[in-house]
Design a protein around this ligand. Structure first.
Ligand SMILES: *Cc1c(COP(=O)(O)O)cnc(C)c1O
Length: 341
């Protein structure tokens, strides 16, 4: 179902809805969701929230939107959010923290993107009028710029306990949380209660054309619904898109382990390629390779492109490949033989 015959490893967002998913979408019952009248959207929001032990959910058009809405609920000018230097909310959301919330950011610098409780404690500002007010901690799982690593659950538990005691809300950018759950065996209803809110993407490994869901308490989601409306994110008969999400929840979670296996195979082939210095540790569906000095990333990508394989540059001298449900075993074998240089 790919455009031409390319093997597209640029992102897990490039997947096309399957015939079965499309058929399921066509059957969705619809209504005006701004009036909260779309039964399929409601069902999708409730199903997602319940799975994670949360009271309510809000269907949005993207993971950037679900993250930014959450930040806008928690933060106001003069506040500060603690997150990793590698975080998507900081790097890839167009400066949205400053633009939308007027808040400042306290970055913790560690290339894995994992931040530890002690670092959070060190970066919470004292109650002193000179400092911004520490109003939120935000984590990411899996960590995109960390090469798709899973956040250690023990560390999440420590951070969650501490934030509860300190009354500081804890948000999770869970764009690829399902990948982490499949990899680690941690249950959704175990991780859900550790956070005040979670953003989940369905248009990545789960294969829907559009959509993310923000989950949290009833009160939080009511506030989030207000913010979604004011930024123009209220949608009408979107039950068809929500149906794709329901289909994905029921059919596309367990199979993520196939993508993880494919990534291991690709990482192995990449590390044997003579242009590659090292490959980041692979845990889920993201493979990141560092090129040797004097090798050009654009040339590397062109070599793959000549064989119909698409990947993307990922920071200086780094290449990223992502596996997903439109990458087959045969595709993986083709990439492996193409990397023999
Ligand atoms: C993809 C992604 C998002 C959301 O991106 P959208 O393209 O706006 O859906 C958020 N966080 C992480 C870590 C991501 O990889």
């Amino acid at each position: 179902m790919r455009l031409k015959n390319n093997i597209d490893l640029r992102s897990d967002t490039v997947t096309k809805p399957s015939i079965q998913m499309k058929a399921y979408m066509m059957d969705a019952e619809l209504g005006d969701d701004v009036f909260e009248d779309d039964p399929t959207v409601k069902k999708f929001e409730e199903k997602t929230a319940q799975m994670f032990g949360k009271e309510a959910g809000l269907f949005c058009s993207s993971g950037t939107m679900t993250n930014q809405i959450a930040l806008m609920v928690y933060l106001k000018p003069g506040d500060e959010v603690i997150c990793s230097r590698e975080a998507h909310i900081y790097n890839y959301e167009g400066g949205g923290i400053a633009r939308n919330s007027g808040a400042s950011v306290r970055l913790i610098n560690r290339s894995s993107g994992i931040i530890y409780l002690e670092e959070i404690i060190d970066n919470i500002n004292p109650n002193d009028i000179h400092y911004p007010v520490t109003s939120l901690v935000s984590l990411e799982n899996t960590i995109n710029r960390g090469g798709g690593v899973c956040y250690p659950i023990k560390e999440i538990e420590r951070i969650s306990n501490y934030c509860k005691i300190k009354n500081i809300p804890l948000h999770l950018d869970g764009a690829r949380l399902f990948n982490a759950l499949v990899k680690t065996g941690v249950k959704a209803n175990h991780i859900g209660p550790l956070f005040d809110s979670i953003s989940l993407c369905f248009s990545k490994g789960l294969g829907t054309p559009v959509g993310s869901v923000l989950i949290g308490s009833k009160d939080f989601i009511q506030k989030a619904r207000r913010v979604r409306k004011v930024i123009g994110g209220g949608m009408r008969q979107v039950g068809m898109l929500a149906a794709a999400g329901i289909y994905a929840l029921e059919n596309n979670i367990e199979r993520l382990s196939i993508d993880h296996y494919h990534s291991e195979l690709l990482a192995n082939a990449l590390s044997n390629c003579s242009w590659i210095e090292k490959v980041m540790n692979v845990e889920t569906n993201i493979v990141v390779g560092h090129l040797k000095e004097n090798y050009q990333i654009e040339e590397f990508l062109d070599k793959l492109k000549n064989d119909g394989i698409l990947a993307i540059p990922f920071g200086k001298g780094r290449v990223r490949m992502v596996t997903h449900l439109d990458v087959s075993k045969e595709d993986v074998e083709k990439v492996i033989s193409s990397l023999k240089f």
